[in-house]
Design a protein around this ligand. Structure first.
Ligand SMILES: NC(=O)C1=CN([C@@H]2O[C@H](COP(=O)(O)OP(=O)(O)OC[C@H]3O[C@@H](n4cnc5c(N)ncnc54)[C@H](OP(=O)(O)O)[C@@H]3O)[C@@H](O)[C@H]2O)C=CC1
Ligand SMILES: CC(=O)C(=O)O
Ligand SMILES: [Mg+2]
Length: 751
């Protein structure tokens, strides 16, 4: 991975703009009217106060306690920068709060306490207990951190978790589990050298020992070198517990023959010479921040066989507690936990390790600019992996429930996972509904473009997710090679691979096609070539003959070409009533835009047809359609010849008498914003439009692509509607995940 350098100027500008710091606080209730004020504040607020006083558990129902975590530091060990004081630590603490929100939707506030006295620190935190659902201690130096955490755990009834200790230990354990798998070594055999016997170091070595690492195989070092039995200088009880009987005295000596190096000390503490003498396939986690004990370049220059991880996001294998604390707290908060115990931490480590060994979604590859698959450069999930939020907290919550720290156990684990998915993306609920329908339908899905790795990965996901059976059109050897290259070699025997050469039905396909094309200038030879060589045509013929229930194609060629080819087999053009509908998912809203695929310049009758098709698609997707014919004018003003057909289309529907709401012509803001609608009291929509019928294909394309690029909206489609068989056309920029979504739509027969 190439290292992206961040300059001091950039870092300061990032913290300065748009407002100083990294987060603000927003209200979740309306606060506009007198009534709102009476409910949120006096007199209404008295009621929940009394309820909570009578039954403290109801604080989780009537206040934000249950989803609020304090990130608390005194700034005595800020990253690896040392004691920068309470105020100097604030940017890191604000940062941790932002990570809590971004990755696990945990509300969090940073609190910097200006004291180095453990008693004063504990007193302050303890007094804040009622406010929070959990306490995340951060960047407090050892050994005070051990005393503080221990005491607060005993005295508070919510999880108290020192992130630098346990968050780091969890992610270090997850990485180690997978690195050992790759090098074929066992935890009970490996020789481990730990440099840094502070908060992070002691916790890491303790967790690894609880997972099977042998005491005598672990050498711990600090600024004074090896911690051996009998050493007196710079010792404390936490270090003594890990002292071993040895003649080794320096880190240099300790590193000779070591299998694993764990660094939680300071920048540059390790030299290439030290790494050179390590055992075969060494594992090096140089976790000091912001600069590691040794860089991956330096380590791999002398030991190309090394697996290297650092705490930074700009190298491969980021071994950083950001992968642990948001999800540990999410799981703990959701069971109203009293504590985060060892079992919950180990469950978190194991779930993280397991995830890294699975196929990685395209969204993650895109965020990181490279394909990730389990191996030396990818042993732990990356922080932007969208699976983390619904995979890790359930594992943590379950471990908490099994070990009795939960105050409100989760009864429906599947529902919990589903709620976690939609927690980060409200529109995911709709997608989940479609997935459930597809799973019930168990459609045999034809994936026409078996020569494309994205399509192959989508086919494997479709089948392995239990959505139905995947049939791939392609050459067997080519499919096998491409699956192998995508790290899915074991899927070769799972997929059905079909082509003209191995199809038992090829002759009847050709007869069928000849009948359709014989009066359109095609002879038998042309038809043979078309059916044998064009996978879109071949796949369409399969579908036409019922040798699949749905078809997904279009990932490798422009949709207009694909439509042309499909039309050799089906009547899927404008004359036949076909329509393309694109769903835009953004900020919890779903809006359908049409026609994005078939009609170039529809007239008012076509527009009315398009609206009718959209209504079907909307209902198929669980939406009650409210259709707006959109234009740049609203109800005749400004007057324009171009807006005329949008003005007339509702009148066509008036004559037809349809069973859904429609209105127009109107601008997009009037269509979508109820307060803008108030200016037109006669208009008939009962709420914001969720279907926009646009004047032409170009405006459809411009609006959907603008939403995608500017707003980052999720775009699904165009969904092909009005064809009697279930066909969906992807785009050439579709990811494997997009293709699976299209297969789900095809399976649900949307449209
Ligand atoms: N990647 C990640 O997720 C995380 C990384 N870290 C990093 O780990 C480091 C330590 O943090 P933390 O444990 O909280 O801090 P502490 O202050 O609690 O501990 C620091 C430890 O490092 C030792 N140390 C310092 N310099 C050296 C050196 N040159 N050689 C050997 N040992 C040395 C100290 O030794 P002594 O006891 O003799 O003073 C002490 O034992 C930081 O760089 C931090 O950024 C921490 C948490 C998470
Ligand atoms: C990552 C972290 O918590 C630290 O370096 O202190
Ligand atoms: Mg820290």
């Amino acid at each position: 991975m190439t290292k992206t350098k961040v300059t001091r100027e950039e870092a300061l500008a990032f913290h300065l703009e748009p407002t100083p710091g990294k987060f603000e606080i927003n209200a979740t209730v309306p606060m506009t009217t007198q009534r709102d004020l009476s409910l949120a504040y006096s007199p209404g607020v008295a009621v929940p106060c009394e309820e909570i006083a009578a039954d403290p558990a109801t604080a989780y129902d009537y206040t934000n306690k249950g989803n609020l975590v304090a990130v608390i530091s005194n700034g005595t060990a800020v990253l690896g920068l040392g004691n920068l004081g309470a105020l100097g630590s604030k940017p890191v603490m604000e940062g941790k709060s932002v990570l809590f929100k971004r990755f696990a939707d945990v509300n969090s506030i940073d609190i910097e306490l200006d004291t180095e006295d453990p008693d004063a620190f504990c007193q302050a935190v303890k007094l804040m207990g009622p406010t929070f659902g959990g306490i995340n201690l951060e960047d407090i130096k050892a050994p005070e951190c051990f005393i503080i955490e221990q005491r607060l755990k005993e005295e508070m009834d919510i999880p108290v978790f020192h992130d630098d200790q346990h968050g780091t230990a969890v992610i270090c354990a997850a990485g180690l589990i997978n690195a050992l798998k790759l090098s074929g070594k066992k935890i009970e055999d490996v020789k481990i050298v730990l440099n840094g016997a502070g908060a992070a170091g002691i916790a890491c070595i303790e967790l690894l020992k609880s997972m099977g690492a042998k005491h005598d195989n672990c050498i711990v070092c600090d600024t004074k070198g090896v911690i051996y039995q009998g050493r007196t200088e710079g010792m404390n009880q936490w270090k003594s517990a890990h002292a071993i009987k040895t003649k080794l005295r320096t880190l240099d000596e300790a590193m000779k023959g070591a299998d694993v190096f764990l660094g939680v000390s300071v920048k540059g503490a390790v030299t290439p010479e030290m790494v050179e003498g390590m055992a075969q396939d060494p594992l090096i986690f140089a976790m000091a921040n912001p600069d590691p004990e040794i860089t991956p370049e330096e380590a791999q220059a002398v030991r190309p066989d090394a697996i290297v991880g650092t705490g930074r996001s700009d190298y491969a294998n980021q071994v950083n507690n950001v992968l642990a604390f948001p999800y540990l707290f999410r799981g703990a908060l959701d069971i109203h936990a009293r504590a985060i115990n060892d079992e919950m931490k180990i469950a978190c480590a194991e779930a993280l390790a397991e995830m890294a060994r699975e196929d990685v979604p395209d969204e993650v590859a895109m965020a990181y600019g490279r394909k990730l698959s389990f191996g030396r450069d990818y042993i732990i999930p990356t922080p932007f992996d969208p699976r983390l939020i619904h995979r890790i907290p359930p594992a943590v919550a379950k471990a908490g429930m099994d070990t009795g720290v939960s105050r409100r156990p989760i009864v429906d684990m599947e529902g919990y996972e589903a709620s976690l998915k939609s927690r980060m993306d409200p529109t995911a609920t709709m997608l989940r509904g479609l997935n459930a329908r597809a799973r019930n339908a168990q459609a045999r899905m034809i994936f026409a473009e078996g020569d494309d790795p994205r399509v192959l990965r989508a086919a494997v996901t479709y089948q392995r997710s239990g959505l139905g059976k995947a049939i791939v059109v392609g050459r067997e050897t080519d499919v096998a090679e491409k699956l192998e290259a995508a790290g899915l070699g074991d899927a070769v025997n799972e997929l059905e691979v079909v082509n003209a050469a191995n199809s038992l039905h090829f002759r009847s396909y050709k007869d069928f096609l000849y009948k359709r094309l014989q009066r359109k200038g095609y002879d038998r030879h042309d038809v043979h070539r078309l059916a044998a060589r064009d996978r879109h045509v071949f796949a369409s013929l399969m579908l036409a003959h019922g040798h699949g229930d749905g078809l997904v194609t279009g990932a490798t060629r422009k949709s207009a070409h694909v439509m042309e080819l499909i039309n050799h087999v089906f009547d899927a053009d404008a004359d036949a009533g076909a329509v393309g509908v694109t769903a835009i998912l953004h900020k919890g809203r779903v809006v359908l835009i049409s026609d994005t695929l078939v009609h170039e310049w529809p007239d008012e009758n076509d527009l009315a047809n398009i609206a009718e098709r959209c209504a079907v698609v909307a209902r198929d997707m669980g939406l009650e359609p409210r259709v707006a014919f959109v234009s740049f004018s609203t109800f005749g003003y400004p007057v324009s010849e171009r807006a005329e057909k949008m003005h007339l289309a509702p009148q066509v529907l008036d004559k037809r008498g349809v069973d859904f709401e429609y209105e127009g012509e109107m601008t997009v803001d009037v269509a979508m914003n109820p307060s803008a609608q108030e200016a037109y009291p006669f208009q008939r929509l009962t709420g914001p439009a969720n279907v926009l019928v646009v004047p032409a294909r170009h405006s459809a394309s411009i609006s959907t692509k603008l939403m995608q690029e500017m707003a980052g909206a999720t775009v699904i489609g165009p969904i092909l509607s009005g064809v009697d068989k279930s066909i969906q056309i992807c785009s050439t920029t579709s990811t494997a995940n997009d293709i699976v979504n299209m297969a789900v739509l095809a399976a649900c027969k949307v449209g």
